[in-house]
Ligand binder design. Structure first.
Ligand code: ZN
Length: 169
């Protein structure tokens, strides 16, 4: 599969993504877009989540890989539309972070340890989710994408790690 994930030079990653309109919820087009995002994410061995601007679509959508819930993976990736962080813990943690659109840099980013996210699902239903650990980090990283922010804007001690190309499938 050709890699459709755009890289950091692309201006779409710097734009503020537009909200999904009421008329788009429940449509096959919206579902197709999230399926395309999930397919692009699944093609990356180290991918945990992907925002719509990363496939060149400036809309407020991100997907979280079902894989992160292993050993109890979900049936499908989680989809969050028009998301907002409505609560954050005062406790911050410094975490190692990377990005599928910023190959192959990694750095340390300070994030809230726990967050509460409100969003809509594909049908337009409101969802609210409390998260800690990796999921909380993902929520903050993906919301940044929807605001045109890349983790490298905030990261310290950036380093480049290229994977061993022999092991790539
Ligand atoms: Zn990213």
């Amino acid at each position: 599969m050709t890699n459709i994930i755009v890289q950091k030079e692309d201006p779409v990653l710097r734009a503020k993504a537009a909200p999904v309109a009421e008329s788009e919820f429940g449509t096959p087009e919206l579902k197709e877009l999230t399926e395309k995002m999930s397919a692009a994410l699944a093609a990356e061995f180290d991918g945990v989540a992907l925002a719509a601007p990363q496939v060149g679509v400036s809309k407020q959508i991100f997907v979280v890989s079902k894989k992160i819930f292993e050993p109890k993976p979900l049936e499908e990736d989680l989809v969050f539309i028009n998301p907002a962080i409505v609560g954050s813990s005062k406790t911050k943690v410094t975490l190692e972070e990377g990005c599928l659109s910023v190959r192959w840099l990694y750095g340390e980013v300070k994030r809230a340890e726990k967050v509460t996210l409100e969003a809509r699902d594909l049908a337009g239903k409101k969802v609210r989710r409390h998260a800690g650990g990796l999921l909380a980090q993902i929520f903050q990283h993906e919301i940044d994408h929807l605001n045109g922010v890349l983790f490298t804007d905030k990261a310290k001690n950036l380093k480049e790690y290229k994977p061993d190309t022999n092991v790539n499938e």
